[in-house]
Design a protein around this ligand. Structure first.
Ligand SMILES: Cc1cc2nc3c(=O)[nH]c(=O)nc-3n(C[C@H](O)[C@H](O)[C@H](O)COP(=O)(O)OP(=O)(O)OC[C@H]3O[C@@H](n4cnc5c(N)ncnc54)[C@H](O)[C@@H]3O)c2cc1C
Length: 390
């Protein structure tokens, strides 16, 4: 497609994660023929909740991370592979790293968050996060190293006992066959402090059945190539200890992927402030969705569920804005929570059920397949799973 020769100024979506891709899909469903361009710095959409199953080999790369080019031809949008570095809100134009300029009629920003390595000195040198395919490759290599060498016996340390830390700890423990200890560290008094109580209870059982040690009310005070130094949160009972580790995964802090425009509208946490219609107040043609935003009077959590609901609403609001109709405010509908708890095991609260074990694992997988963008993608994956079980 010739970007300089479009019939009208396109609606541009920057960032094709859960928020951005849901917006594109919902816009296409209500299309008035306006071109829709999705720009992402990665060639693949990543279904992050299934990263654990990619790590364990329960799912394959094409199932968890389909290429945008394939989704674009199936769904009917234009995909541009590039990193947006600047947005000029006066000229309604954005610029990519390779110098491409695109004029937009409405813009949706959904560039998500990334691991915040600034929280501790040396962190970037010795840790990885668990939120993209690069992190996946680093951790996969560590698992192979542990499983193929009798000398690699030091613990794997995971910082942060929220859903990502806990789910990863269970999967990793299974993948190394409990051969090395997994140390799960959190500043808080309990694991999964924001999760549903049924899921927390099942996670505690899953952890107890594995070689996982939890350090609550502890934090990583310093680290070098060989050692991690842990300290207690309460200074009175300070009890620092050193762990000789084989790998560190940091799930204890994220920061928004910043764009130049976004910087003027961000708070101290660098999140972008939006109004209840998910617009940047001063720029009614710019909407923001997903993990990178906050709304002062209408708080909501950061999750794929929220990002998708925001994407659907944003598409509706863009159509209303273009037709001169009233916009709708965002209201989060909590559909529940599903946790992956080791190979072939999961826990579900919500969707009308509380369930744990292998059946919950299958239901979780099916529920996520139904959410996978692109019908033929879901069907292909479903088919391959059904046949592989015969
Ligand atoms: C391991 C893991 C498991 C999770 N499990 C669950 C779960 O079970 N349930 C749940 O609800 N949530 C879950 N989440 C959270 C969920 O994935 C996020 O809340 C969701 O992805 C947020 O969507 P988003 O659109 O804001 O950002 P993302 O999905 O992160 O997408 C952002 C996109 O923007 C692109 N991008 C960034 N900067 C630029 C740029 N400058 N130019 C172009 N493109 C750019 C990125 O490449 C990316 O594709 C999980 C997260 C992780 C990491």
């Amino acid at each position: 497609m010739d970007l300089n020769n479009l019939k009208s100024d396109p609606i541009v979506v920057v960032g094709g994660g859960f928020g951005g891709l849901s917006t594109v899909q919902a816009l296409l469903a209500q299309s008035d023929g306006t071109p829709i361009i999705l720009i992402d710095q990665s060639p693949r959409f990543l279904f992050k909740p299934l990263l654990y199953e990619l790590l364990s080999g329960e799912l394959e790369l094409w199932e968890v991370a389909p290429k945008y080019s394939a989704l674009a031809s199936e769904l009917g949008f234009v995909f541009l592979h590039g990193c947006v570095v600047e947005i000029d809100e006066i000229e309604q134009k954005l610029i990519t790293l390779s110098g491409i300029e695109i004029i937009y009629s409405q813009l949706v920003i959904s560039t998500g968050v990334t691991t915040d390595f600034s929280l501790l000195e040396n962190l970037q040198d010795y840790a990885c996060g668990f939120s993209n395919l690069n992190d996946f490759r680093i951790i996969k290599k560590l698992i192979n190293k542990i499983n193929n060498s009798s000398e690699c016996t030091n613990p794997i340390v995971i910082a942060g006992a929220g859903p990502t830390g806990v789910e990863l700890a269970c999967k990793l423990s299974d993948l190394v066959n409990n051969r090395v200890e997994i140390c799960l560290i959190d500043k808080g008094k309990e694991i999964l402090s924001q999760s549903k109580s049924f899921n927390r209870e099942k996670a505690i059982n899953a952890i107890a059945n594995r070689n996982i040690k939890i350090y609550l009310e502890h934090y990583i005070a310093s680290l070098n190539k060989n050692f991690i130094e842990l300290s207690t949160v309460e200074i009175e009972r300070n009890n620092s200890l050193k762990i000789n580790y084989s790998g560190l995964v940091w799930t204890a802090g994220l920061k928004p992927c910043s764009l130049l425009l976004a910087d003027h509208f961000s708070d101290t946490n660098k999140k972008i402030k939006v109004n209840k219609f998910l617009q940047i107040n001063e720029n009614q043609n710019i909407f923001c969705v997903g993990d990178m935003i906050f709304c002062e009077n209408y708080p909501f959590p950061s999750s794929a569920q929220v990002a998708m609901q925001q994407g659907f609403l944003t598409a509706q609001n863009i159509v209303s804005l273009r037709e001169g109709n009233k916009l709708k405010s965002f209201q989060f509908e909590d559909l529940g929570e599903m946790l992956s708890l080791g190979i072939g095991n999961a826990s579900i609260t919500g969707y009308g059920v509380t369930l744990a074990g292998p059946l919950a694992f299958k239901i979780r997988h099916l529920a996520y397949l139904m959410r996978m963008p692109g019908f033929s993608q879901s069907l292909k994956s479903l088919g391959s799973r059904l046949f592989s079980q015969q």
